[in-house]
Design a protein around this ligand. Structure first.
Ligand code: FAD
Ligand code: SF4
Length: 512
């Protein structure tokens, strides 16, 4: 290895076990850039910007402690040229590097930026794997070649067999492949859940730097400390906490929501995984081992339910991203054009479910899957919000939001903007489902049972309006079932009243 090699480490490439770091120290320089391009491509949650910078700095310190040569360009560094490409270009020239190496970025935008950079640099360049994912970028596209839609379950089963996860010889452990039906229980009134494990990393200096630089952010801090894992040690502690305190109930209450629980039994490991501080395989192995060693405490439905999210959904979404980009970013199956209500950015609404889900997103940069899908996502879908606006919000607000996993979940799963490539039906509901799965409706200004009128829950009229206006595109979908027969059974006057009320809701959307 030539000592004049520059290796770029992106903020989501903090993989301490990468082969790069096993090579002899001093044979290359590792480059970290706090880039304006990255802080500004979306309006990010302040906790997200802070958590990324803290984790990048901690990783750079770890490499320095292991005698690696590191060049760290902070956001306010006078030598910082702005974008990653501009910084690399400048350094290669100034320090006469003879070689530039980078790990494959997970985002299409950065992939193109670095490919273009590699072409223009007048030195040898090399791209290598991040050694993080279980599948290769193009694997899903190959697996579903010639098919019109993708099916997560078949991809997941193939991976279970190939990776020998939750298998007894060639059969799924416990006979069933999938325990999804056992993952939908509602919380009993007396249920107690653990206080989430959070961290306490001093963020004062970084906050000051972000403020001085004028970076536009959203959301709020919890004091001047970051609650999110900063390194592998924190991430391992969070995994251990999850297994001990949350996994036993993860399966049962995966879809449940409660007002005073911002993460309930969820792992909050997405930040550690998406920054590659933790590898998905080690999480899967830890969860499978917990079940094998103590199946009474860790039911198979919980272990399978959790592993399916990582081995199944996470790998699947990444495959969809690489199979479908860049066209995916323009999909808008329903031709939705409405604006996102202004209160998505403040949480200031009388709709209690939205206030809770948005409020905790602004407080913690986190909401769990069902809050993202069936509260904020579902409402935007029913309202007919332009998917570009929905994406911009999701890409900014969550601690784990990186485009490959954000856009596939938002545009695909939650907005059905790809016309059913990712999801087999639109995910939306009336107040009924929200009331069943949460305690939100009991404390709401609106009445979950009413369809029209000042006090009627807005989800109800918007639900029927959504199906009515999209009839041509949806009525032949076999998974939609009862919707159109129910709509057709409504008396014309009642139906008209609902549709008119839906229009009224849209007219006063910012005052809900
Ligand atoms: P848990 O519920 O504890 O699940 C464990 C892990 O499984 C997660 O950490 C995650 O890595 C994986 N996982 C679960 N569901 C999915 C999924 N649908 N797709 C991919 N991985 C999954 N996830 C992100 O990582 N980044 C995003 O930007 C993101 N945006 C989303 C937007 C919408 C509209 C929706 C509906 C979902 C989104 N998700 C996203 C998926 C999922 O909601 C989050 O991964 C999860 O809430 C993270 O919290 P957790 O670690 O506590 O998850
Ligand atoms: Fe949400 Fe409607 Fe329930 Fe209020 S009544 S919490 S708006 S679903």
């Amino acid at each position: 290895m030539n000592p004049k090699t520059l290796r770029l480490v992106l903020g989501d490439q903090l993989n301490r076990n990468h082969t790069w770091w096993k090579e002899e120290p001093g044979t290359f320089t590792a480059l970290f850039v706090e880039s304006r391009g990255e802080t500004d491509y979306a309006v990010h949650h302040i906790q997200k910007v802070v958590a990324f910078f803290i984790a990048m700095r901690a990783f750079a310190d770890e490499l320095i402690a292991a005698d690696h040569s590191v060049l760290y360009i902070a956001l306010d560094d006078k030598s910082n040229k702005g974008s990653i490409a501009e910084n690399v270009n400048h350094l290669v020239e100034k320090h006469s590097y003879q070689r530039f190496e980078y790990q494959s970025p997970d985002e299409w935008r950065l992939d193109k930026e670095l490919q273009a950079l590699a072409k223009t640099l007048k030195v040898e360049t090399q791209e290598c794997d991040t050694e993080h994912f279980i599948t290769k970028r193009a694997e899903l596209a190959d697996f579903f070649k010639g098919k019109k839609t993708y099916v997560m379950e078949s991809f997941y089963r193939m991976l279970r067999k190939r990776e020998h996860v939750l298998m007894d010889f060639d059969q799924p452990a416990g006979v069933q492949w999938n325990y999804d039906k056992s993952n939908r229980k509602t919380l009993p009134d007396d249920q107690k859940w653990p206080e989430p494990l959070v961290f306490d990393h001093d963020a004062a200096a970084i906050l000051e730097m972000i403020d001085k630089a004028g970076v536009k952010t959203m959301g709020r801090m919890q004091g001047e400390h970051s609650l999110w894992p900063a390194n592998r040690q924190d991430s391992e502690a969070l995994l251990a906490f999850f297994i001990q305190h949350c996994l036993p109930n993860f399966g049962n209450y995966q879809d449940a929501m409660a007002s005073d629980a911002w993460s309930l039994y969820h792992a909050r490991l997405s930040f550690s995984m998406n920054t590659k501080m933790l590898n998905p395989r080690e999480i899967i192995e830890a969860v499978e081992s917990a079940w094998r060693e103590d199946p009474d405490r860790y039911p198979l439905a919980a272990a399978e339910g959790f592993i399916r999210q990582i081995l199944g959904w996470r790998e699947y979404m990444r495959g969809v991203y690489w199979a479908q980009m860049p066209e995916y970013a323009n999909k808008n199956f329903f031709d939705h054009t409405a604006a996102l209500p202004a209160w998505y950015w403040t949480g200031d609404t009388k709709m209690n479910c939205m206030k809770q889900a948005i409020g905790q997103s602004l407080d913690y940069a986190y909401a769990h899957h069902i809050q993202r899908l069936m509260i904020t996502g579902s409402f935007a879908l029913l309202l007919g919000v332009n998917p570009d606006e929905v994406d911009a919000w999701y890409l900014g607000v969550y601690i784990d939001a990186i485009e490959w996993v954000e856009i596939t979940n938002t545009r695909g799963m939650s907005q059905y903007a790809d016309g059913g490539l990712v999801a087999t039906k639109p995910y939306c509901s009336t107040a009924n489902y929200i009331d069943k799965m949460s305690d939100y409706c009991g404390n709401c200004y609106y009445d979950k049972k009413l369809k029209v009128g000042e006090k009627a829950c807005p989800f109800n009229a918007l639900y029927w309006d959504f199906y009515d206006r999209n009839r041509r595109k949806l009525e032949n979908n076999p998974r939609i079932g009862f919707v159109y027969p129910t709509l057709d059974k409504m008396k014309p006057a009642q139906r008209q009243e609902i549709m008119e009320w839906a229009e009224e809701i849209k007219n006063r959307i910012n005052d809900l």
